[in-house]
Design a binder for this molecule. Sequence first.
Ligand code: GCU
Length: 680
Amino acid sequence: SGNGYDLWLRYDKITDVHLKQSYLNNLSSVYKFGASPSLDVATKELVTGFHGFFEAQISKAAKIEKNAIVLGTKENLPQELLSILNSDFEKINEEGYILKKVTYQGKKITIITAKTDVGIVYGTFRLLKEIQLHHEISALDIQDSPKIQKRVLNHWDNLDRTVERGYAGFSIWDWHHLPDLIKTEYIDYARANASIGINGTVLTNVNANALVLTEQYITKVKALADVFRPFGIQVYLTARFSAPMEIGGLKTADPLAPEVRAWWSKKTNEIYAEIPDFGGFVVKANSEGQPGPRNYDRSHVDGANMLADALAPHKGIVMWRAFVYSEENPDDRAKQAYSEFVPVDGDFRENVLLQVKNGAIDFQPREPFHPLFGAMPDTNIMMEFQITQEYLGFSSHLVFLPKMWEEVLNEDTFTHGENATVAKVIDGSLSNRKLTGMAGVANIGTEKNWTGHPFGQANWYGFGRLAWDPYLDSKTITKDWLQMTFTNDDGFVTPMAELMIDSREAVVNYMTPLGLHHIMDAGHHYGPGPWIKDMPRADWTSVYYHKADSLGIGFDRTVSGSDALSQYALQIQKKYDSPETIPQKYLLWFHHLPWNYKMENGQNLWINLASKYQEGVEEVEKMNTTWSKMKPFVDNERFNKVASLLKIQLKEAKWWRDACLLYFQQFSKMELPQFIPTPE
Ligand code: GCU
């Protein structure tokens, strides 16, 4: 439908009669070896898909028919099939799947199998996707497995249903009616996540409320966990560090106090009694006012390990956030997490993941990769991306984020020789880590289309795909998503894939070109605010980051400045140390340069800055033009919504350009170049 509720699971009718016939020839019926709730949801999805594609009912057969789809985990398959699939099973891990056309008892069948139940669900979605993409399915031979273990959404959802940094309505968790009311949305949310391999959801905000750990709420959480289980999705909660005091009546939350440790053990046991596959806790401690072990002169390791010990008997994990910076610390905010955590590398328990944001400041349109990646080889390090567009135009701007995430994942940390990419840190291969993960701060809410901007869905989708395979290129993601969400018509897919890919550089250019960062308006972070200087903390202002003055602009993070650069490997230090050799996209992140500094193209910094802002605006103009030609391919509802939002984006790109250039001009005291139109 045009409201976008179906996301990328549209299963549109196949109108081409030949194509339709070729599919029907391969999909006579469904047969299952074994029985489980996961097999049931897989079968149900096949029925839904079949109905959408062919407006027909697929039969559930009592025996294997010619051209059947056959589902079953390895342990339930008959010997004859097992021997055919032996080498396929060697290629997959516990969550992987095999999707293959084989001959069994003289009949051609399509087998979907896996080592565990959830693999069957993933394989089923893969088959449906092949049909959505109009691919041939008569000779399927696919083995695929996720490369990262914990692929989780982080909902920054509060118990009152407001969503921190949420721009798509209220929280989809209707706590008031749980556990009795199970909304259809919960099931569709689980389907969407399973279709891209997301296997965990953190239900609550990192700025946590201890109430969610009370008995009353655990019952509600259990209801959600029960819905998600067949889809292979584990539920996690944020643990407020002071919970033992707030809901436990203790006088302290000191992680080394025996009564505190006992309280967390008991609490954890209570949760597992209700939710045997509970995933564990996410903790934001001693950051932006949240309580933590530092309140008791204990370390982050003490805090994380205490919770890890409580969870370990149940195989639960702790995702301890590295987003730590303090107002008392006068050091460059970009340096603080590294300074805090690198000295304790190797001290965390095996079931702790240190959750690190992609950059050292905070989810900016562009940041260099966080120096913690590669710097803690003896610690499980997971990635935290932000799917919700806190600093990137909320749900008003079309920005395809996988393009940005890909840039980070592909960066070489040079920490173990060359080609030590961030992706290799995250998938554990670089230093042989056994526990791996990737988190994405969700952009989901009660809006009919889940994400507000119809293209926000692509960021949810793309996050899942990259969590499954951090080496995937973002172009593939755009194409798959566009085809599944809109149409397979090349007249749409090719220009729109290009638009999506280019949208990332566009937002960087019209907001924060050349390495500028954190110059959004204060608090809400929407729109320009380079002038922001009066805030409760210096590192929440804009002037702290751009440092514009009569001499120049940019944050000197070389040795003459904050020396944050020294937290990176030598190869990077050498290259970034000089404004001549640093990639221009990071120029003002690491250097404070005069306005008339001469850049690669022979023009000075001021002109280059203006050009970038102008390029950003022009890119959004182009996005508007491209979209205006897409009307024949898209239903009116989505067409009009995107068209209107792109107009807002253009208006605001100009707002950004004009506001920033006019603000910086008071320092540069240089003329605006002629290519900048007079502000309206
Ligand atoms: C940002 C964001 C906060 C959030 C924080 C975090 O600072 O603005 O709303 O709580 O990140 O990641 O903990």
